[in-house]
Design a protein around this ligand. Structure first.
Ligand code: IPM
Ligand code: MG
Length: 368
């Protein structure tokens, strides 16, 4: 087997800082577990715009297509707010998702016991929470045509189009059902079939895929607004949630916060299998570039570290090593180590981004 390749795109804001910690972890697996990765690095987002005048250079796109997995930090920042829409940092990320055809975005929301007090919800509502949001990532209103800002009868009109084909709905539904079979076997599909035709089709197709191939999985449907409410009321009723690109964006931020901090949540974006059998894949934290705290050593690297754990599990078939890394993170949190996003208790001194990375490495050492 050739050495698996990893393309690191640290991006903007806190991206490079949290990625520095992930590189420590990757190095640890190479040194201590004999799992070497061929790691390459490149630019995405604002830093790519600064260097090349585009948020994703064609060469970078080609390297991402060729890599066994891409690890991304974050994109965006106030410095780029005034840029033309077509070269905004976010366009780089959206191009990666679209051209790699990463249609299934897995966003787990898990509440670590040590952090149950940090949620804005009551402890018994979130303790032990373990849900998986499967967000469609390459279609819907993010990409639908027509789109743009037009002049119409003397005023400007902003237009975006929510569009889904049956095939696009069916493949993400399958991804959700497959995952549910490895979990508690329940899927809740969310759309707005009460007001949107795309939602009606979504519901029909998800149900049809279920009835044909996944009768063993328990399927329910919910309007996305009710889903948001239920996520706050009693999130443990859910196992896997499958939903479209825009609703998934919103619902996953809400679900993330249930767990106490956006700084904790990883994600995997998966596409079709490549020739070597591995899925096209990009791993990134759910949090953004957090420009307000960038460069201060305050960022929580755990979401990005856990994204690498997802890479071990979903790209490299190393579920046991992913478990090892997740347990190391759990141990560090149980020891009371907290970055600044997780402070609450009186007199608790935060650890820095790099101290948190070192603590995870130390916990990994004790796992041997
Ligand atoms: C996310 C982010 C992105 C999105 C942005 C940065 C383009 O919010 O991954 O959830 O809207 O998909
Ligand atoms: Mg988002």
């Amino acid at each position: 087997m050739p050495t698996p390749s990893l393309l690191i795109l640290a991006g903007d804001g806190i991206g490079p800082e949290v990625m520095t910690e992930v590189k420590k972890i990757i190095g640890w697996f190479g040194d201590k577990r004999g799992m070497a990765f061929d790691v390459q690095e490149d630019l995405v987002g604002g830093v790519a715009y600064d260097a090349h005048g585009t948020p994703l250079h064609d060469d970078t796109m080609a390297r991402a297509q060729a890599a066994d997995a891409v690890l991304l930090g974050a994109v965006g920042g106030p410095k780029y707010d005034a840029l033309d829409f077509s070269v905004k940092p976010e366009r780089g990320l959206l191009r990666l998702r679209k051209e790699m055809d990463l249609f299934a975005n897995l966003r787990p929301a898990q509440c670590f016991d040590a952090l149950a007090d940090f949620s804005s919800l009551k402890k018994d509502v979130v303790a032990g929470l373990d849900i998986m949001i499967v967000r469609e990532l390459t279609s819907g209103i993010y990409f639908g045509e027509p789109r743009g800002i037009f002049e119409e009868r003397g005023e400007r009109v902003g237009l975006n189009t929510q569009r889904y084909t049956e095939g696009e709905i069916a493949r993400v539904a399958r991804a959700a059902f497959d995952l549910a079979r490895k979990r508690s076997g329940r899927v809740c599909s969310m759309e707005k079939a009460n007001v949107m035709e795309s939602g009606i089709l979504w519901r029909e197709v998800v149900q049809a895929v279920h009835d044909a191939d996944y009768p063993d999985v328990e399927l329910s449907h919910m309007y996305a607004d009710a889903g948001a409410m239920q996520l706050c009321r009693w999130p443990k009723q859910f196992d896997v949630i499958v939903t479209d690109n825009l609703f998934g964006d919103l619902l996953s931020d809400a679900a993330a916060m249930l767990t106490g901090s956006l700084g904790m949540l990883p994600s995997a974006s998966l596409g079709a299998p490549m020739e070597n059998g591995r899925p096209k894949a990009l791993y990134e934290p759910v949090h953004g570039s957090a420009p307000d705290i960038a460069g201060q050593g305050k960022a929580n690297p755990i979401a990005c570290i856990l994204s690498f754990a997802m890479a071990l599990r979903y790209s490299f078939d190393m579920g046991n090593e992913a478990d090892r890394l997740e347990k190391a993170v759990e141990r560090v949190l149980a020891e009371g180590k907290r970055t600044a996003d997780l402070l609450g208790g009186e007199g608790v001194q935060p650890v820095t981004t790099s101290e948190m990375g070192d603590a995870v490495v130390a916990a990994l050492n004790t796992s041997l």
